[in-house]
Ligand binder design. Structure first.
Ligand code: GLV
Length: 284
């Protein structure tokens, strides 16, 4: 059964054992005595994990291994557009200007990827194809051998200090909320760019606005925000050097999420372990 409103979901919740959902109202969890498993349509499950209404014994799964390709393409589309000055070139074309313009390359630049799950790993792989130096930060050493230099969360200032680009792919957890604050932004080189494709609240937004305004960093490419949609009066819309996109870097497609869910449903029905189980303690 499907539901597209609070009211229609409320009517069927007492029968639901398996729930495939996105941005689901937590109060409805209390109306679901048979619920055993919640599959999110996305990668981030911070809202479901934070719902006190959801009984502890219910399994929560997130979509894994689906978003790395599109999100990595988003990151490199934006970075290439910046270093190859595509906006200035299009602007010159509009006025038939044959301009002399200096551009740079990604090759030789250093990118730091914070979060080395399936999304971060794909960004690392593509960065290496562009001959970039790749630094990574993650909680465990599992993916350390994939990057030129690996850092753990105790060494954020050292991690960001040598970067041209800092890319955030981290999940939002108690440990990661607000991890990029003014101190970290100041520790980045002044020519560096921040790219956030994780969650808006990884960054202390007023600190970011201050760092951009005072030139602590050169710019930001932001697909996620503390509040979404980004309110029209938020100054990020118009700050120089800032690109704002509406949370589109890794779209949940019917094909991708549907196929993932059906594979997981088959595992559920056969009693096999599910893919993408979220760990409440870890927070993702
Ligand atoms: C989208 O942001 C997701 O978590 O999949």
């Amino acid at each position: 059964m499907t539901a597209d409103s609070y009211e229609s979901a409320e009517k069927v919740m007492d029968q639901v054992e398996v729930l495939l959902c996105w941005r689901f109202p937590a109060t409805l969890f209390t109306a679901a005595p048979r619920l055993r498993w919640v599959q999110s349509m996305g990668a981030g499950v911070e809202d479901i994990l934070a719902a006190p209404e959801l009984p502890r014994d219910i399994t929560i799964t997130r979509v894994v291994d689906q978003f790395g390709g599109p999100i990595a393409e988003y990151v490199f589309a934006e970075l290439l557009a910046r270093v190859r000055r595509l906006e200035a070139l299009r602007e010159a074309q509009r006025r038939r200007g044959w301009i002399d313009i200096e551009s740079e390359t990604l090759g030789g630049k250093t990118i730091g990827v914070a979060g080395l799950g399936s999304i971060g790993k794909e960004i690392v792989r593509k960065a290496q194809a562009f001959d970039m130096k790749v630094h990574g930060l993650s909680r465990t050493l599992e993916a350390a051998s994939l990057v030129d230099q690996h850092f753990t969360p105790g060494s954020w200032p050292a991690f960001v200090s040598g970067l041209d680009f800092l890319v955030l792919t981290l999940p939002l957890t108690r440990e990661t909320e607000g991890v990029v604050d003014l101190d970290i932004l100041k520790a980045m080189p002044r020519q560096a760019l921040l790219v956030n494709v994780g969650r808006g609240r990884l960054v202390v937004e007023p600190d970011l606005i201050l760092a951009l305004t005072t030139g602590e960093i050169a710019g930001a490419i932001l697909d996620v925000f503390s509040e979404e949609p980004l309110p029209p009066d938020n100054s990020l819309w118009q700050l120089p050097g800032v690109t704002v996109t509406p949370h589109i870097s890794g779209p949940s497609t019917v094909e991708g999420v549907g196929a993932f869910f059906l594979r997981n449903l088959e595992r559920y029905l056969r009693g096999h372990g599910l893919m993408g189980i979220a760990d409440r303690h870890r927070g993702y």
